[in-house]
Design a protein around this ligand. Structure first.
Ligand code: GLU
Length: 426
């Protein structure tokens, strides 16, 4: 594909997330028998904005950052997706993440397209006041293309509820009134939803339970390792532990901790809340992230970053189930190796969709200015995850597809149908 926005130019070393995303789309397109024109339409971001973000640092000096917002597809509704702050963010990563949002929203049937934002900044190196200025400037720069009916933001790696409050405030102040539905994942005090903070992790646990149930196994009969102890991994570890799963290892970006008889997840959460790193926790032996992926556990939950399960690491996986809390944790080669070894992979666009499902609930509540109870949200999340998993799992059995291909086929087909029914203008 010669178009600059669909070209993939990093064939060496670690495949880029965009390469993985394009390979996944190509696989679904082949199964669906779509022609080249439709493939190209589905592969190409609809709209992109690159912005320069000048920051006046607390010491008075000026630094400049690159920011992006990519709306991969808006055929089924407004763009939807997180905002990532990381020193490794580049436009290709944001394009991949935006494409995954499109299929994710479609596979769980929330009426959105897919989008993603990113700023190339290591947020741990800046003060709260500096991050607020970066967020407000980024929001102002991209404000022509966002909005509750255009493109709705949410937290992702390196951003949180406070970031979403700043985005919402900046957008609202510039328009002269409060527009809560421009972001989701906000604090409750400014129109956030009950259950949103833990929704992605809760969805991961529902997906894991459903995949295990397909094999007649329950969560309280298995052991698990969770890579990542951020917004997704920490709550996933806790909720698995509460469901009776023996969580034997978790990690953060610095390293992990392993206790073969099960970690005291509650004590670990308290240790991290006090500012400790996972590897320093005294309730187990220190292990590396590489070792964690190869542990002899039943369920592995990669809940950190892209590309951690490549051909090499996938060959060492001993888990029977991989439940993808992160976006894009498995490369195409990694996927092939896991499939050969009989590992069931519950794909990201299904497994971690709980976050965007409850984002959708938050947006609906904000648009109606009517708030649901925690129980209503929990029930509707569970129903939607169960229905989505059921559809993916039965297509996978019927057509002998991997769960990833089945999820992609459902998501891609819904987007293609919307595109075709709307027709091309002019
Ligand atoms: N960043 C999350 C994701 O990757 C949430 C997106 C959203 O709620 O819009 O799914």
């Amino acid at each position: 594909m010669p178009d600059e926005r669909t070209s993939v130019t990093t064939p060496d070393a670690a495949p880029s997330p965009l390469l993985t995303a394009h390979a996944q789309l190509a696989s679904a397109v082949e199964i669906l028998g779509y022609d080249d024109g439709l493939h190209r339409m589905l592969a190409t971001p609809r709209r992109e904005m690159n912005v320069a973000i000048p920051l006046r640092r607390d010491d008075g000096s000026i630094e400049l950052f690159s920011g992006y917002r990519v709306q991969h597809n808006i055929s089924r509704g407004p763009g939807k997706g997180g905002l990532r702050y990381s020193s490794s963010v580049d436009v290709d990563e944001v394009r991949a993440l935006a494409m995954w949002m499109t299929w994710k929203c479609a596979v769980v049937d929330v009426p959105y397209g897919g989008a993603k934002g990113g700023v190339t900044i290591d947020p741990t190196r800046y003060s709260t006041a500096e991050l607020e200025r970066v967020t407000r400037r980024y929001t102002s720069e991209i404000s022509p293309i966002i909005g509750p009916e255009r493109d709705i933001m949410a937290p992702d790696i390196g951003t949180n509820e406070q970031t979403m409050a700043w985005v919402m405030d900046t957008y609202s102040v510039n328009r002269g009134y409060t527009i809560a539905a421009v972001t989701t994942g906000k604090p409750l005090a400014v129109g956030g939803s009950l259950g949103r903070a833990t929704a992605t992790s809760q969805g991961v646990v529902h997906a894991a339970a459903a995949a295990l149930a397909d094999a007649g196994v329950r969560l309280d009969e298995v052991s698990a390792a969770v890579q990542g102890f951020g917004k997704v991994g920490s709550h996933a570890a806790r909720l698995l532990h509460e469901a009776g799963t023996k969580v034997v290892a978790v990690s953060d970006e610095h390293g992990g901790v392993h206790a073969p008889d099960g970690l005291d997840v509650v004590a670990l959460l308290a240790h991290v809340a006090d500012g400790g790193t996972v590897g320093e926790f005294e309730g187990g032996q220190a292990i590396s992230n590489t070792e964690l992926l190869a542990l002899d556990v039943d369920v592995l939950v990669p809940a950190a970053v892209e590309g951690v399960l490549d051909a090499d690491s996938a060959a060492r996986v001993k888990a029977r189930w991989v439940v993808e809390g992160a976006n894009g944790p498995t490369t195409t080669e990694g996927d092939r190796v896991l499939a050969e070894r009989g590992v069931v992979v519950v794909p990201d666009i299904l497994a971690n969709a709980g976050g965007v499902i409850v984002s959708y609930f938050e947006w609906v509540q904000a648009n109606q200015a009517y708030w649901w109870t925690e129980q209503e949200i929990a029930e509707r999340l569970e129903q939607r995850m169960a229905a989505s998993y059921g559809a993916v799992s039965s297509l996978s059995r019927r057509e002998s597809l991997s769960l990833r291909d089945a999820a992609l086929v459902i998501g891609v087909r819904r987007v293609a149908e919307a595109h075709q029914i709307r027709g091309l203008y002019p």
